[in-house]
Ligand binder design. Structure first.
Ligand SMILES: Cc1cc2nc3c(=O)[nH]c(=O)nc-3n(C[C@H](O)[C@H](O)[C@H](O)COP(=O)(O)OP(=O)(O)OC[C@H]3O[C@@H](n4cnc5c(N)ncnc54)[C@H](O)[C@@H]3O)c2cc1C
Ligand code: SF4
Length: 338
């Protein structure tokens, strides 16, 4: 039995104060990842600070025409929120592609960003893992690496970020709002998660004792032309081998704006501005989609068991862009038909 203290935060300031006072503490929101990590002995927090009652559960319009999503909005509520379904269906679709209905009911928006990799060795405390124990080595590089990354890897770690929701948030260019001992700040989504480099134990750019309070969506939601395609070993309740979020703005068959992000292939949602730039001004057709896929996957490198992801990703990108361009997005299970 490993003991830990449990306390409830009364407001955001109290949550920040409590975690700043105890670096061995962790926030707990839905608990769907943290509790598993504690059961596997990967995480041993001395104290859990329960933030689940904080008033961060609303979805509100912003003055600029976007939406501000509280960090404690459950994934299910967010996916089925009419404002999200109507204006940001890409986000709704990506959330419904993840986990199970029960998990989505518990999982929070903020916690989804901070869920940890599903690399098998990260969860197996009997094996070396630089992310779990810095300097111990990476068991995946020469091990069973079927689910690991093909882009942005380092000699220290080839883990992927497992979130579906984050792939859509990257494509939509969301902003992460945080509060810490130094006050509030906003982080562009592209700058929130990190590549592993030689510090794979640091997943993101959150500073010590900072709490995520909200995610802000800019006005443009790409509702007419989007698709989220997730390829996985089973049709539900499995993490992505490869996923693609595509969003297009099309006028007279010509692409005016494009967003393209990949999941399941890197330590963070994978975007490349030049892949999106290559689509702008082109007709929304196969040749342009293939060129964008080439650019997005230019530096891909496979390992013994995951080289198949390179071809899979290429075909998934072309298919998702085709779905987005024709206004026939991938339909997820659990989508409400209205
Ligand atoms: C079996 C299974 C299958 C799954 N499948 C998928 C899938 O296919 N796709 C997918 O995207 N996800 C999947 N998930 C992951 C799930 O989406 C995440 O576990 C969930 O989103 C985490 O949210 P939470 O609120 O439960 O986080 P918690 O477990 O409570 O917390 C996770 C981490 O975030 C920190 N934290 C939480 N909230 C905040 C905050 N506001 N500010 C600062 N720190 C915070 C905690 O301290 C902790 O370190 C799956 C999970 C399970 C168990
Ligand atoms: S890939 Fe990363 S998470 Fe997996 S064993 Fe290597 S260091 Fe650990």
């Amino acid at each position: 039995m490993i003991n830990f203290d449990y306390v409830r935060a009364t407001d955001v300031a109290d949550a920040v104060r409590q975690i700043a006072a105890n670096p061995a503490a962790r926030f707990i929101a839905g608990g769907t990842n943290l509790i598993d990590l504690m059961k596997y002995d990967v995480e041993r927090p001395a104290q859990l600070i329960d933030i689940s009652n904080l008033p961060l559960k609303t979805v509100e319009e912003t003055a600029s025409g976007g939406l501000r999503i509280g960090a404690l909005v459950p994934n299910s509520d967010l996916a089925y929120n009419p404002l999200i379904e109507d204006r940001y269906p890409l986000l709704s679709s990506a959330i419904l592609a993840g986990a199970s209905q029960q998990l989505r009911n518990m999982a929070s928006t903020g916690g989804n960003l901070l869920q940890r990799t599903r690399c098998f060795y990260f969860y197996d405390v009997a094996t070396p893992c630089n992310k779990r124990q810095p300097g111990s080595g990476c068991s995946a590089i020469d091990g069973i690496n079927r689910i690991n990354a093909i882009l942005g890897t380092s000699d220290a770690c080839i883990a992927t970020h497992p979130s579906d929701m984050c792939v859509a948030l990257a494509a939509l260019e969301a902003t992460v709002h945080v509060t810490g001992p130094a006050g509030e700040r906003a982080i562009a989504f592209a700058d929130f998660h990190r590549l592993p480099g030689d510090t794979p134990h640091i997943d993101n750019n959150l500073a010590p004792a900072e709490i995520i309070t909200a995610i802000e969506l800019p006005p443009q939601g790409f509702a007419p032309n989007y698709s989220y395609l997730k390829i996985r070993d089973r049709l539900s309740y499995a993490f992505a081998l490869v996923s693609v979020a595509a969003a297009l703005e099309i006028e007279g068959g010509v692409i005016r704006q494009a967003r393209l992000a990949l999941g399941g292939v890197a330590h963070k949602p994978w975007r490349k501005p030049d892949a999106e730039a290559a689509l702008r001004g082109e007709r929304a057709e196969r040749a342009a989609f293939a060129k964008a896929a080439d650019i997005l996957l230019r530096d891909a490198k496979g390992f013994a068991h995951n080289a198949f992801k390179m071809d899979l990703a290429r075909r998934a990108i072309e298919r998702t862009l085709t779905q987005a361009a024709s206004g026939t997005p991938q339909i997820q299970a659990y989508k409400k038909i209205r």
